[in-house]
Design a protein around this ligand. Structure first.
Ligand code: ZN
Length: 257
C-alpha cells in the first residue's frame, strides 16, 4: 500500500497541484490538517483535497479559519489571514471544516510479513493536537506513549522526524542536495522501531527549502520517501498580494521559513 501523506497545505493551490502531479499513484491519502490559513486559495484547495483525502485530521488553522476556535493565540499576520479566510470560505467548505475530527486518528497498512502496521495520524502531537514537536525532548513522551509504532504529524512545517529503538534514538532530517528541481530521499522503517514522521509542509515550508514537501509511505517496502518539488511560487505569491493578505505571507514562501 502506498499512502500519500500531506500536511499544512495552507491554501497554496500551486504547491498542492505540483505535489499531486509528482506523487504518482497512491492507494490512500492521509491529510494531517491546516489546509487553509495564510494562502490565498482556500476554496480551490478544499475543493481538490476533500474528494481525494481518505483520512483528514483537523489543524489549528482549520479550526480558527472556520470560527471553531478564537484567534487569540495567533500572531497578527496569522490572525489577519484567518479573518480573511473565514470571510472567503463557502458555506459548504465551512461546514466541512467544522466537522473535521480532532487527532489522533488510527489506521493500519499491510506489511510484507502480512502483519498490519498500525499508524497514528495527528496534526501536532498524539498527546495534544496543538503541541509542536520540534526537538527530541518534545518527541520523547509521544514516542513512548503512542499506541502505534508509526505516527505521522505536521504543524511545525519542518520535514523529518524522530525514531527510537530501545535506547537508540535519532533525529531525522532529510539532507537534500539543495537543487531547485524535484528530489527524494528514502527512510527505511525497520521492524521494532518507533517513528514520528513529519512529511513537511506542502504550502508553507519552514525548513529553509521553498519547495513543496510531502511523503509517501510504502508499507510493503517498509519505507517512507521524503519528497521536495518546485512549484509556481510567483503565482502563489501574486495571489496573496492581490488578495491584500499581509505581504510577509508572500515573502516567506520564497525564504522557506
Ligand atoms: Zn500549519
Amino acid at each position: 500500500m502506498r499512502a500519500l501523506i500531506l500536511s499544512d497545505i495552507h491554501a497554496n493551490l500551486e504547491a498542492l497541484n505540483a505535489v499531486l502531479a509528482a506523487a504518482g499513484k497512491w492507494d490512500a491519502l492521509w491529510n494531517l490538517g491546516d489546509m487553509v490559513g495564510y494562502g490565498a486559495s482556500p476554496n480551490q484547495v478544499l475543493d481538490i483535497i476533500r474528494p481525494l483525502a481518505t483520512l483528514t485530521v483537523r489543524g489549528n488553522h482549520d479550526r480558527v479559519c472556520c470560527g471553531l476556535s478564537s484567534a487569540v493565540n495567533f500572531n497578527p499576520t496569522a490572525r489577519a489571514a484567518a479573518k480573511w479566510t473565514l470571510a472567503k470560505l463557502t458555506p459548504d467548505n465551512l461546514e466541512w471544516l467544522r466537522a473535521l475530527p480532532q487527532g489522533p486518528l488510527e489506521t493500519e497498512a499491510p506489511t510484507a510479513d502480512s502483519k498490519a502496521m498500525r499508524v497514528t495520524l495527528v496534526h501536532g502531537s498524539p498527546l495534544n493536537e496543538d503541541q509542536y514537536i520540534h526537538t527530541m525532548r518534545d518527541a520523547w513522551a509521544p514516542l513512548q506513549q503512542s499506541t502505534a509504532p508509526l505516527t505521522f504529524f505536521g504543524h511545525t512545517h519542518v520535514q523529518g522526524g524522530f525514531s527510537q529503538k530501545q535506547q537508540d534514538w535519532l533525529e531525522l532530517r532529510p539532507r537534500f542536495a539543495g537543487r531547485t528541481d524535484a528530489e527524494s530521499l528514502v527512510l527505511p522503517i525497520p521492524p521494532g522501531t518507533r517513528h514520528l514522521i513529519n512529511p513537511g509542509a506542502v504550502g508553507q515550508p519552514r525548513d529553509y527549502d521553498w519547495r513543496a514537501a510531502f511523503a509517501i509511505y510504502d508499507s510493503l517496502a517498509g519505507e517512507v520517501v521524503f519528497h521536495r518539488v518546485p512549484y509556481d511560487l510567483r503565482r502563489a505569491q501574486g495571489r496573496i498580494l492581490m488578495a491584500r493578505l499581509p505581504e510577509r505571507l508572500a515573502a516567506r514562501l520564497r525564504e522557506g521559513r
